[in-house]
Design a protein around this ligand. Sequence first.
Ligand code: FES
Ligand SMILES: [Fe+2]
Length: 385
Amino acid sequence: MTTAPSISGISGISGVSSASGVSPVCGGSGAPATTLLYDYWYPARRSEALRGRKLAKAMLLGIPLVLGRKEDGRVFAMRDSCPHRGIPLSCGWFDGEELTCKYHGWAFEPVSGQCVDIPSLTPSDALDPKKIYGQAFPCEERDGYVWVYVPQPGTGRARREGLPPVPETPKFGARFRSAHLTAELPCNVDHGIIGLMDPAHGPFVHQAWWWRKRASIHEKEKHFEPIAEGFRMSAHQPSGNSAPYKLLGVYGEPITTTIDFVLPNRRYETIRCGDKWFSSLTTVTPTVANACRIDVYGAWNVFYAVPFVTAIGKFFGKRFVRQDQVTMIQQAEGLKYDPSLMLIDDADRPAKWYFALKQARLDSARTGEPMRHPMDGPTTLRWRS
Ligand code: FES
Ligand SMILES: [Fe+2]
């Protein structure tokens, strides 16, 4: 077994598989931290937090941010720290155009981060404020989230041009409803993500009359294939033992589900049934190295005409996410004491792929070589859930 550098305070992850099918995972210390992936877009806040001249704060990958919206509607994200003496810029004033520091009044154009005024300067000073920048991050809105591009630290100012597209939930028509959910998780992003792609916890954590019964556990066979920076659970007829899918059966057409996981943190799920569809994007975002936040955005045109369907969907979705959250709060309690952990085949194979993909991405960032995908081709996994 090869020993990868520590990911998530977890060392010794062997990547895709090991001879026995069991990978020991040694826990880290205290609340385990993890290696973070830079050069990606991450959701920072919901768009509605940026109304008028209000400033909002967010934390992404351990970076404090101040967010706002300019008069022309453009959103911005700056490191919440004045380049002069480090006071949070969010303590200052924003007039819809410029962000002014409360300590000595330096003013910044917040989309570029450029300093536009230093009030203490006299005409005899040679310093040109316009040569000074606070750190501004590329920032855009999709699906009602403000997405922020977080570059590798120390690589200078990231420019919008040439960046990968901003992630978005696929939609299959102009008329749809949508909802979103969020929950803070007290674990590092790796535990949040492997929880997200973990098929074996469903019947235990999400045990409820409206979801599925423990007694309904049965063997499943799913086909997976590599995709760019991730993997896909190929289109399949969804699990017959979960109630939401049974509901879709009322349309009497074949139902197919596709689930993609893509680095750094995205799980796309698309359910299609004739011209009816449900599509979601779930992200697990590291706020700091040992805590994360799960955001779920769903869009659908199924039951479009049924009143209250959004409210009912949200009610059940919330309970569902809350069950994961409670479980991870309990898990975090256990992880404090540095237990050794394991990943087993086949139920934890997606988690092994995640760690291997992450390692491949870190290696590629270090060496400058193209990223090597850890899967060699399509494969079938079997588990009971
Ligand atoms: S600390 Fe911000 S202007 Fe001095
Ligand atoms: Fe779950």
